[in-house]
Design a protein around this ligand. Structure first.
Ligand code: BGN
Length: 356
């Protein structure tokens, strides 16, 4: 039997138009997965964030069964708990964090002591004047990564001097230096102020495409601010990273560099893979905009050039002065002089930027 709809009734048409607007609004605000949540995603895929666990729970269980013979760790770590309690009420001391993470070695390196890790991930964190955020991140991230039975190392890429901050260039430096130490499977680009809230959000790469991990940040009400958002935390294999000529070096100050990275991914013939919204929960340590990281007024102009310039600006044009590499207890501290904002040539065309 054919279903006949009363398409000639004005009220029905109004209802149809209204539901389409609601549908588009939900899609725009929360991404496609929010629509699928109700019927395609099964209940065990939805997490109850009102029931959280201490990130240090069960961590000691890791070391109990070592009998000298090392076999591979199980593909799925047996001690994952899901939602993690993340609070910023009491700042942990560095000594306290070291004490709670006895198997982390100098330079913030870790290998599971009882089994061979399947994955090796480098965590790369651009940094300047954010010591307190860093402390919280280290407190939560070390046990989080150990729960996942990864081999990892945390790199802090510290921008020397008072020049304008350049997040993407610091990430390029981090990749270059990290790959000198180890043949990493995965490069995790990590903002210092974001704490992951679910340990099933695995810090490993998607071998098909660059992966955006911070898909649901508390500051955006646990949804994507816009569909092409690529800021916060992401994971790329060295191959994916090189294929897009790394990140742009030319974004000085806040904003736009993540949009450039998103564009480069497409320009290099890849797509973005995204951690599902119910897993990609992150809490941001609240803070004001830093000095030296004012909104980049040139970002619109820069984004218009990406298509033309991505093959020339990136890993192949990276220049910097390495000042020091120190192995701190909880991280490797790479201090670098990346220069300061160059004067951009005046804008030639008046075309408007239509990416978003
Ligand atoms: C966007 C910024 C991103 C930033 C997000 C979230 C720009 C480019 C011009 C449209 N992009 O608007 O860099 O991560 O906001 O705060 O400003």
């Amino acid at each position: 039997m054919m279903l006949s709809l009363p398409v000639d009734k004005p009220l029905f048409l109004l209802f149809l138009a209204f539901s389409q607007v609601v549908f588009i609004l939900i899609l725009y605000r929360h991404g496609a997965s929010s629509l699928l949540q109700g019927f395609l995603i099964s209940p065990q895929d939805s997490w109850d964030y009102s029931k959280t666990h201490n990130v240090y729970t069960n961590l000691s269980a890791f070391t109990l069964h070592s009998d000298g013979k090392m076999t591979h760790c199980p593909l799925k770590s047996p001690i994952l708990v899901g939602p993690i309690t993340v609070v910023f009420t009491k700042l942990p001391s560095e000594r306290g964090i070291v004490k709670k993470n006895p198997y982390v070695q100098s330079g913030g390196q870790y290998k599971p002591p009882h089994c061979l890790a399947h994955y090796k991930s480098a965590i790369i964190i651009p940094h300047r004047n954010r010591e307190l955020h860093l402390r919280y991140l280290l407190y939560y991230l070390h046990p989080f990564l150990q729960r996942q039975q990864l081999q990892y190392r945390i790199y802090l890429i510290h921008q020397a001097g008072n020049g304008t901050f350049n997040r993407a260039k610091l990430l390029n430096v981090g990749v270059k230096e990290a790959l000198k130490n180890e043949d990493w499977d995965c490069l995790i680009m990590h903002d210092v102020d974001l704490i992951p809230e679910n340990d099933y959000n695995l810090y490993i790469c998607d071998n098909r495409y660059p992966k955006h991990m911070s898909s649901a940040m508390d500051k955006f009400e646990y949804s994507l601010p816009y569909w092409s958002y690529f800021g916060g935390v992401s994971a790329l294999t060295p191959g994916q990273y090189l294929r897009m000529n790394g990140f742009p070096n030319t974004y000085w100050g806040w904003g736009g560099e993540d949009d450039d990275i998103f564009m480069r991914i497409q320009l290099a013939g890849m797509a973005v893979s995204r951690t599902p919204l119910n897993l990609g929960h992150y809490k941001m340590v609240v803070h004001n905009r830093d000095k030296g990281n004012q909104a980049n007024k040139k970002r619109f102009t820069l984004l218009k050039r990406t298509k033309r310039i991505w093959k020339q600006d990136g890993m192949n044009s990276l220049d910097f002065q390495l000042i020091s590499i120190e192995e701190a207890k909880l991280y490797t501290n790479i201090t670098v002089d990346i220069g300061d904002t160059p004067i951009l040539p005046p804008e030639k065309s008046k075309e408007t930027w239509t990416f978003l």
